[in-house]
Ligand binder design. Structure first.
Ligand code: BTN
Length: 244
């Protein structure tokens, strides 16, 4: 059961790697959550690192039972986790949105990042390591365009309480994945998608352009309207510049 076992540690390289190591030793059950006070090699998307002041933020990895989801539906997991994070923030009185594919923003500043690493057997996802980094009590981010629960709410927030609320949201939205109601998940996801249907500036390998996000393909590619045509972009193919 999701969240039945929670392992709290002081330090590791990456909570996602910690899960992967337990998995290769056959020592982890589905639903287990790893929490660490700090990471020495926190991993972000696209090979980036994830930085977090020791003890101040949520560093969370869940070993998720993906109920034999097909690899062609893997974007469903991104939608599921993003929606769960948006909803837990809502429970904390904060309105957030999802910058495609799965950065969580509050007023244009990043509060959380998600790194999902799937375990495949052929074309089936047999399990997934769901990593979530969420800024809780850190208030100084240097040059980074980031925010935290403490900055948004003006008070200290218990990481432990937040974990329980997050697990509740993950449990509740998992029911939608389990029932294979992917259209409903997509509906939720699009309702939180940053810059949807807004003319904005992006860049690709040819330079900057003005476009409008029109949605997301089933395979997770971003659907972009550009010069009255729809072009699909993969994660590495596009950068967001700003809204207009
Ligand atoms: C991103 O936005 O680039 C994704 C960041 C994901 C960070 C979390 S922190 C917990 C888990 N362990 C990791 O090494 N990464 C994820």
């Amino acid at each position: 059961m999701l969240g039945r076992k929670i392992i709290q540690i002081e330090c590791c390289d990456s909570t996602n790697n910690y899960v992967a190591n337990l998995l290769s030793d056959g020592k982890i059950e589905y639903g287990t959550v790893i929490l660490s006070d700090m990471q020495t090699k926190g991993k972000g998307q696209r090979g980036a690192s994830w930085l977090s002041n020791p003890g101040e933020n949520l560093l969370f990895s869940l070993y998720l039972d993906t109920a034999n989801l097909s690899v062609k539906n893997q974007f469903v997991l991104t939608q599921y986790v993003s929606i769960s994070v948006v909803h837990v923030l809502e429970k904390y009185g904060l309105s957030s949105c999802v910058k495609w594919p799965n950065d969580i923003l509050i007023n244009g500043k990043k509060i959380a990042g998600i790194l999902i690493e799937n375990q495949l057997q052929g074309s089936t996802i047999v399990g997934s390591i769901v990593g979530i980094g969420l800024n809780v009590n850190q208030v100084d981010f240097g040059e980074l365009n980031a925010t935290s629960l403490k900055l948004e709410k003006g008070n200290f927030v218990s990481i432990q309480d937040f974990v329980f609320s997050l697990i509740n949201e993950l449990k509740s939205f998992w029911k939608i994945v389990e029932s294979r109601n992917f259209d409903l998940l997509e509906k939720y996801y699009l309702s939180y998608l940053w810059l949807l249907n807004e003319e904005s500036i992006f860049s690709d390998h040819n330079g900057e352009f003005v476009g409008v996000i029109r949605g997301v393909e089933k395979n997770g590619k971003l659907k972009m309207e550009r010069d009255s045509k729809i072009i699909n972009y993969d994660l590495k193919e596009i950068k967001f510049k700003s809204s207009m």
